[in-house]
Design a protein around this ligand. Structure first.
Ligand SMILES: [Zn+2]
Length: 290
């Protein structure tokens, strides 16, 4: 179900959080060097020290295009991963899309922040014959070239995060659009590298009528991660994550941007507020204040 708090108007663009479901991850791994006594007050852990996270995608409806930012774990993740991460896909991203009266064929562009399984699982579906096919039959899939190469040839520490067998079909479809660094995707929507989680991790900036929404993806997975020290242990390059997040937050604060978070359950849209203790997030309303 799409709640009023899942929608945001950014100038002439509508942005909607599409929840693919939830999963559970070790709380310590999510907050890196921050001690449990500090992060547990923001995210209550279960008996196994895990916290519940959302699998967020964002639908961006510009006057000319319908764009999907990240696709969650998708319907075909497989039991091993679903059990390990206690994945609960109710209702799932396609059901959320259907709530808006849209089907997979209505998506013009899919942008993946990166290709970890919890961000691109819904890019592909299993056919009745057991093969993989693009889940959005008319969409162009926009991915950073470096991220694509990493995903198809993961090594060492990367291996469990990527599922290359199901991605190859995107290249075969002829609709894979590999980009290099920052740049426009469609008018008002642009790719912006925010490095650190992976070497080529990207965010997406949506601008309209002098207002900005920024999907920071795993650079700021939850509102609690605006705290500079809260960097996931999953990040491959934590020092780069720190610098990229600091720079991003400075721009976001100066420009009064609304942020979208890849894994925040309760705050799909947040504005920054400076307090004596530092930066804080306040949930953003249905339309960005002028
Ligand atoms: Zn990731």
């Amino acid at each position: 179900m799409i709640l009023p708090s899942d929608r945001m108007i950014v100038g002439a663009v509508e942005v909607v959080r599409l929840l693919d479901g939830t999963f559970r991850v070790d709380g310590g791994a999510m907050f890196g060097v921050v001690p449990r006594t500090l992060w547990a007050s923001k995210a209550a852990p279960d008996r196994e020290n895990r916290i519940t996270l959302a699998l967020n995608g964002y639908l961006v409806r510009t006057p000319g295009s319908t764009v999907l930012l990240d696709t969650g774990v998708g319907p075909d993740l497989g039991r091993r991963y679903e059990d390990f991460y206690s994945v609960d896909r109710r209702p799932g991203l396609l059901a959320a899309l259907a709530d808006l009266g849209l089907g997979p064929e209505d998506i013009d562009i899919v942008v993946n922040s990166h290709l970890h399984f919890d961000h691109c699982g819904g890019d592909t579906v299993r056919t009745p014959e057991g093969a993989w096919a693009p889940a959005f039959p008319k969409a162009r899939y926009v991915v950073q070239r470096g991220e694509w190469e990493q995903a198809l040839h993961p090594v060492g520490r990367d291996k469990p995060s990527y599922l290359p067998a199901r991605l190859a079909v995107l290249a075969a479809s002829g609709r894979l659009d590999l980009i290099d660094g920052d740049g426009p995707i469609v008018p008002g929507v642009e790719a912006v590298l925010v490095r650190g989680h992976t070497a080529h991790h990207q965010g997406v900036r949506v601008s309209s009528a002098a207002k900005t929404f920024f999907y920071a993806a795993d650079a700021i997975p939850t509102a609690a991660h605006v705290d500079l020290d809260s960097i996931m242990s999953y990040d491959l390059y934590p020092v780069e994550s720190f610098d990229a997040k600091r720079d991003l937050l400075a721009r976001a604060e100066a420009g009064d941007w609304v942020l979208g978070f890849s894994h925040d359950q309760s705050i799909p849209f947040g504005s920054l507020r400076r307090t004596r203790k530092g930066l804080d997030v306040v949930p953003a309303g249905r339309s960005q204040k002028g």
